[in-house]
Design a protein around this ligand. Structure first.
Ligand code: FES
Ligand SMILES: [Fe+2]
Length: 421
């Protein structure tokens, strides 16, 4: 349970808010690299409550700047992307990828007025098929997001994104909450091959899991442990990386694939969920279409602006007949099922009336770490997860001996040595 003040401090992300200040200490995804082409259309970007424009210039560099033109406020989305700059169509002021004004069509050429004008702009980097940005103080910029998946060859990784109509924190809480998975995503029968119905998951076996959370300098590693029989444990190991990343095993893909989500706040009431996967061994990525169909992010499931076709406004096209016979929810697609319950809470859930239990331990510790991060930033320090210690961590899903310590048995897999080239 949180007071309204505590809830605001963890959820609101606009400039100057406590969480907004914390978020601005990390690299965060802006969009997919393919969304902007050299001299192509500018892209509207909503990030941490700021209205921005991304564009790729003639030389291939990505600029990210305030949408509002610093002259008199017209939207640069209408701008002309030409000759290494974006030109406002109102009076022809042109800005390069750093936001520097380089030409003004409505002023004489013999003044240095343009040199004095710089739009609000943020640095960008491209990695793992995504454009990333850092929106905080320049002297606090952390190392680039060199996760193992962003460094994997293109044919061994996959990333997509989905717009979610609720605050980023309740979306992420749904992702970190392991106890819902065999309930919300349950299939009621094996007697169906309906697309969008998740296959039987091994973690449905056994009793409710015991949850162990080990705090680290990037967030925590956590484990859902189920006793299968006297000799065997089923262990799922995950990582939470500050402030909005989870790493897990992809349960639908034969456990060759490490997957994850990033819940990136667009503003207080919406977030963009980035879903990525990669194969450390280079195998197992062949069934991407099947995975996408099961998750409900396959062709025809999203609009061109990444919104769900099965959405809050149409009750996710719930099928009550399917709910009786086939699945717990009657809603098609695992990700859509997640979004349905998270969005059903309203834009920002009222955490003053919730009742958390032992199964919510990972959520409780995550909130504690975020609150700690907010305090550290307010005191001028560096929050957790701004180093590079988490790049190689891997999630696991495995059955092991119940007689030896599960941490001993999983350490080498969860925390592999960095690969040196
Ligand atoms: S408002 Fe953009 S150039 Fe005048
Ligand atoms: Fe889920």
């Amino acid at each position: 349970m949180l007071t309204q003040t505590e809830n605001d401090a963890l959820t609101l992300v606009s400039p100057g808010t406590p969480m907004g200040n914390l978020m601005r200490r990390y690299w965060m995804p802006v969009g997919m690299s393919w969304e902007v082409e050299p001299d192509g259309s500018p892209l509207r970007v909503r990030l941490l409550g700021e209205k921005l424009i991304a564009f790729r210039d003639t030389s291939g560099r990505v600029g990210l700047m305030a949408e509002s033109c610093p002259h008199r406020g017209a939207s640069l989305w209408f701008g002309r992307n030409e000759e290494d700059g974006l030109r406002c169509v109102y009076h022809g002021w042109k800005f390069d990828h750093t936001g520097q004004c380089v030409h003004q069509m409505n002023e004489p050429n013999d003044t240095d007025f343009s040199q004095k004008i710089k739009n609000v702009a943020y640095p960008t980097a491209e990695m793992g098929g995504l454009i990333w940005t850092f929106m905080g103080p320049a002297d606090k910029q952390p190392p680039l997001p060199e996760f193992a998946w962003t460094q994997a060859p293109e044919d061994q990784r996959h990333v997509n994104k989905t717009y979610e109509e609720c605050n980023w924190l309740q979306a992420m809480e749904g992702g970190l909450d392991t106890s819902h998975a065999p309930i919300l995503h349950r299939r009621l029968t094996n007697d169906t091959d309906l697309p969008g119905v998740s296959p039987s998951m091994p973690f449905v076996r056994g009793k409710a899991p015991k949850l162990e959370v080990d705090e680290t300098d990037y967030g925590y590693a956590y484990y859902g442990i189920r006793q299968l029989d006297e000799d065997k444990l089923h262990v799922r190991g995950y990582h939470f990386i500050m402030p909005f990343t989870q790493i897990r095993q992809e349960p639908f893909s034969g456990n060759d694939i490490v997957a994850g989500h990033m819940w990136v706040p667009m503003d207080d009431n919406t977030c963009m969920v980035y879903n990525w996967e990669y194969s450390p061994s280079g195998t197992g990525m062949e069934d991407q279409e099947l995975v996408a169909r099961i998750l409900g992010t396959g062709p025809g499931e999203q609009t061109p602006d990444f919104k769900k076709v099965r959405a809050l406004t149409n009750d996710y096209l719930i099928d009550r007949e399917a709910q009786k016979k086939f699945t717990f929810t009657g809603i098609f697609g695992v990700n859509v099922q997640d979004h349905a319950v998270q969005e059903s809470m309203g834009p920002i859930v009222d955490r003053s009336i919730e009742h958390l239990g032992p199964a919510d331990k990972a959520i409780i510790i995550m909130r504690k770490q975020l609150a700690q991060g907010v305090r550290v930033v307010a005191d001028g320090g560096d929050p957790a997860g701004t180093g590079d210690t988490y790049y190689n961590v891997v999630a696991i899903d495995t059955v092991m001996s119940a007689t030896a310590d599960f941490r001993e048995q999983t350490r080498a897999s969860m925390f592999p040595e960095p690969v040196t080239s």
